[in-house]
Structures are given as structure tokens and as C-alpha cells.
Design a protein around this ligand. Structure first.
Ligand code: ZN
Length: 398
């Protein structure tokens, strides 16, 4: 995984490494979540003083939400400039929009869409030196609140990460739009969000661990991760049922906040560890990368991390939750053959190269990582035999 050198937060916060580094907490300036808030975008944009707002949105997104956004901006005397997002958070896409919007004199970038559109929007705003406003239409990922983007080739292969000195000025989450999206996206977001607490916990306990910006985690990010996990355990099943019925209720609002705000703040200032190391590594297997969402891969990574930590009871509790909502709990659920030594070698090799795998408190080598992953696989199979994976099969049918 490459890291862009345009802005390197660890040079600012911890040039000597994590030991002795300060605790740093980063967050967006405003987070707004509720039903129908997208239609209030013009009013919210007054907070950033926008006059000519670029709206980065896919063609489908524009046909669904374009008129609503345009009316709202015009009512607030803001000119909308629509920029059609092509689908990939690639440097080609980003530079193209940055050049076009510079000549349009856009004074803010509003990214409306999924994780890749949001990541591209942050990168475009950085190049224009304008604030970025993020309006996720899915609760499948924790991109909205962070000051970094994951970049991909135009073909969709992850190439690295770019950091920004500013967090999003405003995050606007319309829970009505999130509720209208397929259930699988919300469930995938729960997989991503559930990792937050376990990853932040190992980073807090390991004095050599560093967050994504090179700093030490704060207690605040640990507490946020903990309430995130608790919210999912208590309300995740009800929230998935709400989305399946296209209904906004309190459980959906709670889980949308967990997936978007709590997970985002928790990972950025709390730190990543083996759960995301495995998740990133599964993307090296083309079939898995094509068929599965980030949070689904993080779910399996979380089980592997808990096995590496030697916490079988917690791993079992998490696997039971994952099965209830329809997340993967064994390698077969990610279309990986556990007997395929080549695939396991690929995964383990990638995990060893993950920049934050050293946040785990124990020494890890290829053998321990392989045993951790296979241990999680075996545990997931056993839990699956007791509980049935009907929710997984329903979400992955067709
Ligand atoms: Zn993630």
C-alpha cells in the first residue's frame, strides 16, 4: 500500500515514531444526520460560505437527487456545478475534475454517493484548496468523516492512501436515502464498524502502536469504538430489518451513526490493526475483490484478529452477531478455499506488508497469521453449524 507524499501527517505529529508521540484526535467540523436532510444542503452550505458549489455525483445519483440538491442550493443563492463521477477514486478521475472545477471557480466540493465518490471528492477539494462536504448515500463504509482517501487504478485495484490537512467541513447523512439502499450495504458497514473497537483496543494497549496519522490513540476514540460495537450488538439486527423494509426508525438511526460517525472517528484516531490488515489482503484475490464489499472482508479480518489475540469467547460472540446480520464468518463466505495454500500464502504475504500490522501487541510471522486466519475459519464454520447462515445466503442470493 503506497502513501501519497503530498501531506504526511506523521511528519507533523510524530516524526520520531509512535513511542512518545502525542495523542491526536481528528474529526469533521459538523456532522448532521436525519431523514430528508439532503434537501437542506443549501442551508448547511452557508456554514462554509459557499457561492459556487461543485457537486460530485454519479449519473444515477444525479437523476435521483440532482433536482433536490439544485433546488436547495438555488434557494440559498448558491450556484451548483454538477461534476459526474465516473465510478473510480483514481488519480485520473480526480485530476480531471480538479482541472475542470478550477476553471469553473468552484469554492467548495460536495461529494454525494458511496465511499469511492467520497474519497474522490476529498481528493478534488484538496487540489482546489476548498472545503469538502460529504453526503454519503450508503452506510457501508467509514469514508465520510475521515481526512484521507483510498486511491485505486482506473481498473479498481487499490494503490494507496492520500492524507489531507483538513477534515470534511460538513458531513450530511440522509437516513431516508440510506434506508432506501439495499440491506447488504448497511450490513457491510456493520462489518467495518465492528472492527473499530477491537482495533482501537489493541492500539491503546500497545505503546508502540500508531494511528493512521502516526499519533497515539486517544481515550475518546476508544470509548467511541466501544459504544459503536455495543450499538451494533444491541440494534444491528433491528436496523437490518428496518432497511429491508425501507423504514427509518431509531435502530436504523443508531446503526447509521455507528457505521458512519462512530466507526469513522474511532478508526481515524483509534488506529487500525489486523482486522483491516486481513481485509486489505483479501482484495489481492480477484474473485473475492470483485464479489465482496470492504466491510464484509473486514468482518472476516475481525474474527482472525480476535483469534490472534487469543480471545475465543469474544470471537464466538462476534461470529454469532455476524451470522445474524448476514456477514461472512468463514473463508468459504468470501469465496476462498481454505485448502488453497497459494491463496493463503498471498493473503498472509499481504498482511505482513500492511502498514499497521505492527500495531498488534504480539510478534507475528507468516505462520502465526496463517494459524489465526484458519482458526477464525474453523470457529466460523462451527458457529455456522449451530446457527445457520440464512441471512448471509439471503443477502448473497443472485
Ligand atoms: Zn474500513
Amino acid at each position: 500500500m503506497e502513501i501519497s507524499t503530498a501531506y504526511l501527517p506523521n511528519r507533523v505529529f510524530a516524526p520520531e515514531g509512535a513511542r512518545g508521540a502525542p495523542r491526536v484526535f481528528i474529526a469533521p467540523q459538523r456532522y448532521v444526520q436525519g431523514k430528508d436532510v439532503l434537501g437542506q444542503m443549501g442551508r448547511y452550505l452557508s456554514l462554509v460560505g459557499a457561492r459556487r458549489a461543485a457537486i460530485l455525483i454519479s449519473a444515477g445519483g444525479r437523476s435521483r437527487h440532482g433536482a433536490l440538491l439544485e433546488d436547495s442550493l438555488r434557494a440559498a443563492h448558491i450556484d451548483p456545478i454538477f461534476a459526474l463521477f465516473g465510478g473510480e477514486s483514481s488519480l485520473e478521475e480526480i485530476e480531471k475534475h480538479a482541472a475542470a472545477l478550477k476553471s469553473e471557480k468552484a469554492d467548495c466540493v460536495v461529494a454525494v454517493g458511496g465511499g469511492k465518490c467520497i474519497d474522490a471528492g476529498k481528493a478534488v477539494a484538496f487540489r482546489l484548496a476548498t472545503p469538502v462536504v460529504v453526503a454519503p448515500t450508503l452506510a457501508s463504509n467509514d469514508a465520510p468523516c475521515s481526512a484521507l482517501s483510498v486511491l485505486y487504478t482506473p481498473a479498481g485495484v487499490s494503490t494507496g492512501v492520500e492524507f489531507y490537512p483538513s477534515s470534511p467541513a460538513l458531513v450530511v447523512v440522509d437516513s431516508g436515502i440510506v434506508a432506501a439502499a439495499p440491506e447488504r450495504f448497511l450490513v457491510s458497514g456493520m462489518g467495518d464498524a465492528m472492527a473499530t473497537w477491537y482495533e482501537a483496543s489493541v492500539c491503546l494497549r500497545n505503546e508502540n502502536a500508531a494511528t493512521a496519522i502516526g499519533a497515539r490513540p486517544t481515550l475518546a476514540s476508544g470509548a467511541i469504538g466501544e459504544i459503536c460495537a455495543q450499538t451494533l450488538f444491541e440494534q444491528g439486527v433491528a436496523a437490518a430489518a428496518a432497511v429491508a423494509a425501507k423504514r427509518v426508525d431509531d435502530s436504523l438511526e443508531a446503526v447509521v451513526e455507528a457505521n458512519t460517525l462512530l466507526s469513522g472517528l474511532g478508526f481515524e484516531s483509534g488506529g487500525l490493526a489486523a482486522a483491516h490488515g486481513f481485509a486489505q489482503s483479501f482484495t489481492a484475490l480477484p474473485v473475492t475483490n470483485e464479489r465482496f464489499l470492504h466491510g464484509e472482508m473486514v468482518a472476516m479480518g475481525t474474527l482472525a484478529q480476535l483469534v490472534l489475540e487469543d480471545r475465543p469467547d469474544e470471537a464466538r460472540r462476534v461470529a454469532e452477531f455476524f451470522l445474524r446480520v448476514g456477514l461472512p464468518v468463514h473463508l468459504g463466505h468470501l469465496a476462498i478455499d481454505a485448502a488453497d495454500a497459494g491463496a493463503l500464502d498471498t493473503i498472509v504475504g499481504q498482511v505482513l506488508g500492511f502498514p499497521f500490522i505492527g500495531n498488534m501487541p504480539m510478534p507475528l510471522d507468516a505462520g502465526t497469521l496463517r494459524r489465526g486466519l484458519l482458526g477464525a475459519h474453523t470457529l466460523g464454520l462451527a458457529v455456522g453449524q449451530q446457527m445457520d447462515d440464512a441471512a448471509y445466503r439471503r443477502l448473497h442470493a443472485a
